[in-house]
Design a protein around this ligand. Structure first.
Ligand code: ADP
Ligand code: MG
Ligand code: ZN
Length: 506
């Protein structure tokens, strides 16, 4: 059952949207936040647990030092201030996926706070590209909960389910929750700002190498708060919080939908209920979850079983020294080094091929060849097989070697493609495949000249046209020469010889 909505443009005529994003990031530490259990994704349910992450009485947690370092590095990358002393807190609530009946989190003493991230919003139907500065409220450490599966019933939710099962492998995996301040002033571009922010954040986390950042595996999960206020108003409206919007595209869609739904509620003179909402990927709408007031009482109190976290100034400075180049700046630098157009660079980024092209160029290929292979034939093949382009068994060194064979004049483009087939099929390196298949341009000019002469003699009519100035007709003859040479000739050279035999300038 979908609610009434107002067309987006109309909603934007009357209201100003305010958004706030809460992003949960699962860290890629080998062990959990407060115990030594493994964090591998996809293991048999309940095989990566111990008394600590199962919350058994008497079990004592110990903080994962690597997780604290990752939290500080994330804070620094988001231009935050880093607390020199902070504590964990118990967030008390009862739910089966949280066996201790409290989540160890941080409350009024987060490890990082007061930061910002500059976000590039790309051009769209709605207008030009622009940059937006997202203010960061805080980034705090906490632990993930177990994963419940509700079996039976139509919705997959707990209501109406026959029974539920819980996998505690995820319980205790380190999480960083990053919360923005209310984002204002983006107007009708607000949904795009939300998407661009999560996209930039994901790139940053990847560059920091603190998370696997696979949104489809839930490594990065986003809750989107949205409210509307009448244009010109000063006080924010009441917000809703749409939970677990887990792809970039859905974030933009969910914010946009909420704007159109809330506008309809406000237009009808009713008020927005402060509540969580569920996002439905298939229908593109949100539905009511549970009411949620700011005063929800989790009875937070400092965790007595853990010592405070007090990073020294030396540690923070040392971690500051590990900051990666800003992903957006890095992209601009690489684009100019590689000489790609904006469009080419965009394709490369969308194909997720920046790193692999960087390695391929470092291995000696030209940037043009690296782009052609990784975003062309190989990308198509990976797409068809549903795997990442880097999982085809082709390495940057292979591409560099193949490119050298083409540049040295041993292979032409169609031969290079045949060689690539062999490399993908696991038949060896490009040189090995070319040797095995006997692929080599004939370097013997005498043989090529003989083929050219033969083809001209057999096609006197075409030759006459070319002599008369119809140079395009040479294509037909080149094709026949290549056939004579069983594909092993350099087409450009064949063209040259044909034209000079007929006494015309190329
Ligand atoms: P909660 O406990 O509800 O998750 P948080 O403080 O963790 O609260 O996150 C609330 C998010 O909502 C923050 O990103 C905040 O900036 C944002 N927010 C607060 N008020 C509004 C509002 N009126 N409209 C939109 N977003 C808001
Ligand atoms: Mg929150
Ligand atoms: Zn454990």
């Amino acid at each position: 059952m979908s609610a009434a909505t107002v067309p987006y443009a109309e909603a934007m005529d009357r209201y100003e949207p305010v958004i706030g994003l809460e992003v949960h990031v699962e860290l890629n530490t080998l062990t959990k936040m407060f115990c030594g259990c493994a964090t591998d994704f996809g293991a048999e349910p309940n095989t990566q647990t111990c008394p600590v992450c199962l919350g058994l009485p008497g079990a004592l947690p110990v903080v994962n030092g690597k997780a604290v370092e990752s939290a500080i590095r994330i804070g620094l990358a988001l231009n935050c201030r880093i607390a020199d002393w902070c504590r964990f807190a118990r967030k008390n609530y009862f739910y089966p996926d949280m066996p201790k009946n409290f989540q160890t989190s941080q409350y009024d003493e987060p490890i990082a706070f007061d930061g910002w991230l500059e976000v590039e919003v790309p051009a769209s139907d709605a207008g030009e590209a622009f940059t937006y500065r997202v203010e960061i409220e805080r980034a705090h450490m906490e632990e993930d909960t177990g994963k419940s599966t509700h079996v039976g019933g139509a919705t997959g939710r707990i209501h109406g389910a026959d029974y539920s099962i819980v996998d505690y492998n995820r319980a205790g995996i380190p999480l960083i929750e990053i919360v923005t301040k209310p984002l204002t002033g983006a107007g009708d571009r607000a949904p795009e700002v939300a998407r661009a922010y999560v996209s930039a954040l994901r790139d940053l986390l990847k560059a920091l190498d603190v998370s696997h950042v696979r949104m489809e595996q839930g490594n990065v999960r986003c809750d989107a708060n949205v409210s509307l206020m009448p244009k010109g108003a000063e006080r924010f409206g009441t917000r809703t919080e749409t939970k677990n919007v887990n792809s970039l595209r859905s974030i933009e869609r969910a914010v946009r939908y909420e704007i159109t739904r809330q506008a309809a509620v406000l237009d009808a003179g009713e008020s927005i209920l402060q509540e969580t909402r569920h996002w439905h990927e298939d229908t593109g709408i949100t539905t009511a979850g549970r009411p949620k007031s700011d005063a929800d009482d989790y009875r937070y109190f400092p965790e007595p079983d853990l010592v405070p976290v007090a990073p020294t100034a030396e540690l923070v400075e040392q971690l500051r020294g590990t900051m990666p180049e800003n992903p957006a700046e890095r992209r601009r630098r690489l684009q100019s080094e590689w000489g790609y157009s904006d469009l080419e660079m965009r394709d490369v980024v969308n194909a997720g091929a920046v790193e692999v092209i960087e390695e391929t160029v470092a291995a000696g290929a030209t940037s043009a060849a690296a782009r052609k292979w990784w975003t062309g034939d190989l990308a198509r093949r990976a797409n068809a097989e549903g795997v990442a382009v880097t999982d085809l068994g082709v390495t940057p060194a292979h591409i560099a070697e193949l490119d050298a064979l083409v540049r040295d004049g041993r292979l032409n483009d169609s031969m290079a493609r045949q060689v690539m087939e062999g490399v993908v099929a696991g038949e060896g390196s490009p040189t090995q495949v070319a040797d095995a298949k006997g692929l080599e341009l004939v370097q013997d000019d005498g043989a090529l000249q003989a083929a050219v002469d033969k083809v001209i003699a057999a096609n006197a009519d075409v030759a006459e046209k070319i002599r008369g100035g119809k140079v395009q007709a040479a294509g037909a003859l080149i094709g026949q020469v290549m056939k004579e040479m069983r594909g092993q000739a350099d087409a450009a050279k064949a063209r040259e010889l044909i034209l000079s035999a007929l006494g015309v300038e190329g």
